[in-house]
Structures are given as structure tokens and as C-alpha cells.
Design a protein around this ligand. Sequence first.
Ligand SMILES: NC(=O)c1ccc[n+]([C@@H]2O[C@H](COP(=O)([O-])OP(=O)(O)OC[C@H]3O[C@@H](n4cnc5c(N)ncnc54)[C@H](OP(=O)(O)O)[C@@H]3O)[C@@H](O)[C@H]2O)c1
Length: 317
Amino acid sequence: MKKILILGAGGQLGKELHELAKLTTEIDVVAYDRQALDITDVDAVFRVVKSENPDCVINAAAYTAVDKAESDSENAFLINETGARNVAEACQAESVRLIHVSTDYVFNGQKDSPYNEKDVVDPQNVYGLSKYKGEQAIREVMPNHIILRVSWVFGLYGNNFVKSIIRLARERTELSIVADQLGCPTSTVNIASVILQIVPQICDESFKVKKFGTYHYCDMPETTWFGFASAIVEAVRAVEARAAEAGAVETGKIEVSQPISVKQIIPIMTREYPTPAKRPENSRMDTALIEKVFGIKRAQWRPALDKLIQQIVNNQL
Ligand SMILES: NC(=O)c1ccc[n+]([C@@H]2O[C@H](COP(=O)([O-])OP(=O)(O)OC[C@H]3O[C@@H](n4cnc5c(N)ncnc54)[C@H](OP(=O)(O)O)[C@@H]3O)[C@@H](O)[C@H]2O)c1
């Protein structure tokens, strides 16, 4: 039985990972949210890693407010760079494995095909730069790490694009969504599953040192934010239609639900929706390496989206 320690366990990925790990019989899990452990407190990080004595730490703690980071860079770097370094130093000192989660936003988005792990990074915003500096800090202090870059994360916990689109689709009749950024939406359930498949492999003594390093994972297929928003609205409509057909409205199951009011989703260009942080046009990542080295089967985001929307609509989240 391998023991994992999850940091940032109150976030959308951290919470999902905790829930999934609890169901996994071969994994013993302990989870710290920000209140229980602030990764910028180096002494506390060392204390917890030592006292919990896990086989592997999963660092899902991060400063993730991409736009806010532009005017709050000190905190972004403190958490994403210094915090990541603290975690890696503690893991190195205690000979504990580390899986650190990073982002597609380390790239500039100019490549016209999916990014692989050897591609040169060139972050376009403060968040991306702070995450890249965090990666570099880990590479410096702990050569045998796993950095897992993921993209366009969505799930049941916390705030994300799916929840925002559902809220807006209930409030408005028209939505304008950016259609010139390409990427792969990725479910927290699928990322958590990937992490839990990697853990036993890197904790095994026979794991080859040369396999440590940086990996890309994202679900498939690629789409745009417009494409993803359209899929979200379509899925909500399907759940609402099924519920209505089954008489759920009459039985009160969704009676407090505000049905979606949106009639039209309009594709727009990024320049028509200015944000403080610049985003890469191409966020697609090549997952061939993680598939080959760890035997990961790349998942589709659509089934995870359908399940999530069912949970959201039925539970009035
Ligand atoms: N969300 C995306 O679309 C996306 C895309 C690519 C990569 N990623 C990466 O995926 C990972 C997980 O992201 P997520 O979507 O789960 O983000 P999230 O929901 O914002 O979760 C991050 C968690 O880290 C916590 N945290 C912040 N500062 C901390 C500190 N000093 N000490 C301990 N915990 C701290 C946050 O707590 P508070 O909420 O209390 O601040 C939050 O619970 C991150 O590394 C992120 O960079 C995310």
C-alpha cells in the first residue's frame, strides 16, 4: 500500500484526487488544504512531509487566478514558484516522490501543432511565467520529479468554465465565446486517474531514473472555448429534456432549477474579448510520451462533461 500526501486539497483537482484516492484500495491518502498547510511556509511544509512520511506528494496547490495574477504577481510567484520549491526541497530531503501539476500556459501558443515536452517554453502571462519558474525550481532541487502539465481543467469542485457557462446560459439569451483559441478540455476525474496510475509506478524501486521528468496530459478531442461552450449548453439541454420527459419537474426533482435561457452562442475573436492576461492561441498538448511511458490511455472529455452536467443540474449546484 502506497501513501500519498495531497497538497492544495481544497482546489478542484486536489479535491477530486482526494475523493478518487479514497476509493482506491491500494492507496492510503492524506490531504491538506491551504488552511491545513500553506506551501509558502517552508518550515510547515518540511514538518508535514516528515511527519506524514508519504511515499509520494502530489502538489495540486497553486495560484490559478490567471487574470488577477497580472496585478498580483508577488503572490503568484510566492505560491507557484517559492511554494513549489518548498515542496520539492522537503520531498528531496525526505526521499519522497513528487508529482507536481503544471500548465499548458508555459507555451506561447504560436506552434501550429500540439506541444510536446521538448518544445521551448515562452509564457505569455504572469501566471504562466510563475508556473514555469515553479517547474524550474523543482528541476533544480529535485532531479527525480514528475511535472505533469495539464490544460483547460474542469470538474465538480470549485469554479471553472463549465460552471460559468451554465450560469451565463441561465441568465442570458446570447453568449459570445472566443473561437480562436485551440485546446483540450480536461476533466479533474481523468487527471486524478492519471496521477493515481503514475503513483505506484514511480514508487516502485524498479522505476527507471531516466523516466522522471515532465509529461503532458489532456483529454481529447481538441476544440475551442466556443466549441466547448456549445457542448456544455447542448449537454445541459439534453439533461433538462430527459428530466422533463421523466416527469422530474412535476416530482419536484428539478423544480428550483432555472432552465437555460440562451438561444444563441456567437463565436468571437480573442481581440473582441480583451482580458488582463494574454492567452495562447494554441494550448494543445501532445500526450504520446505519457501514454508510452506510463501506459496511460487518453480519455475523452465528453463523457466526463455529461456526467458532471448531470450532477450539476440535478443537484442545483
Ligand atoms: N484550472 C485550470 O484550468 C488549469 C489549467 C492548467 C493547469 N492547471 C494547474 O492544475 C493545478 C490544479 O489547479 P486547479 O484547477 O485545481 O486550481 P484551484 O481550484 O485554484 O486549486 C488550487 C488550490 O491551491 C490552493 N492554494 C493556493 N495557495 C496555496 C498555498 N499557499 N498553500 C496551499 N494551498 C494553496 C487554493 O486554495 P485557495 O482557493 O484557498 O486559494 C486551491 O484550493 C494547478 O497546478 C494549476 O496551475 C489548472
